[in-house]
Design a binder for this molecule. Sequence first.
Ligand SMILES: [Zn+2]
Length: 323
Amino acid sequence: MEKGICAICHIPTRSTRYFSVRAEGSLFHYQRCSVCGLVFLDPQPGPEELLGYYGRSYYGRGEQKFAGGIEALRFAFARTRVSRLQKFLPRSGRALDIGCGQGTFLQLLRGKGWEVQGTELTEEPARRARQAGIPIFLGEIQEGKFGEETLDLVTLWHVIEHLREPSTVVERIRLVLKDRGIVAISTPNIESLQARIFREKWFHLDPPRHLYLFSPDTLQRLMAQAGFRLIRVSHFSMEQNPYGWLQSSLNRLTASEGSLYTLLKSQAGDYRRRIEPAMAIHLLLSLGLMPTCFFLAFLLGWMKREGTMEAYFKKEDGFRKQG
Ligand SMILES: [Zn+2]
């Protein structure tokens, strides 16, 4: 993506500085397109530099990303994600999960009789998914040889905000999906109350890995350009939203940003020795804040203003790209 060009409008638009944030030892700037409202990192790191931000600290060091109890919870959340989706799907079919991580969602879908495959950008999570017997393509979907109109479902769980060229990927998805195929996308919501209150301290900002921050409106615009119609959007996520409130509050209240999140990842062993007092404060604060975080996640989810959103789109028949 060139500097200052919006991924939805595709023309150099007059964008306005949204905010700047220091992360990974550098200062990053987010701009907001004055035409469509898309918020994007500008300038964006090149592909090589970007890959460097997805190290072992991002994926966790052991056989899984998070510590044992949290992995069990993630498994339970993936199970509810499958049952929510099933209402919109045929009984069985072929699915592709882009950025599938260690493949938990795909394993569950396979258990329902689906033929599944995934893509990943780096070897570590791909290795874990392959161990579970899931075929993984290492690279971007547009580089892979996925047959045209062969898939019933393509999913991007907290992936689209990481993509360098989201519109290219969405157009590619259109090609590989059968008519009336479904795309499911979850992503942070920049129009949420969490985002507005916490701004540069918002947990779901995650610079420089999150290149694009969508709102329900900008996500729908991106998808409509490639011939997809929105069929459902939900702002309830007990996996993402209470934690978004909690970690963003901790980021505001304490100096050591994200340390609770680091503890939850399976590199906890060497981390605990280093900042034990700070961690104790984080854990105590977390216990105190947790009830309020759950209450806010329910309330704002109901008001459709929550920190993340999950949207399902259907491939429209007879769509012709304009221009
Ligand atoms: Zn725009």
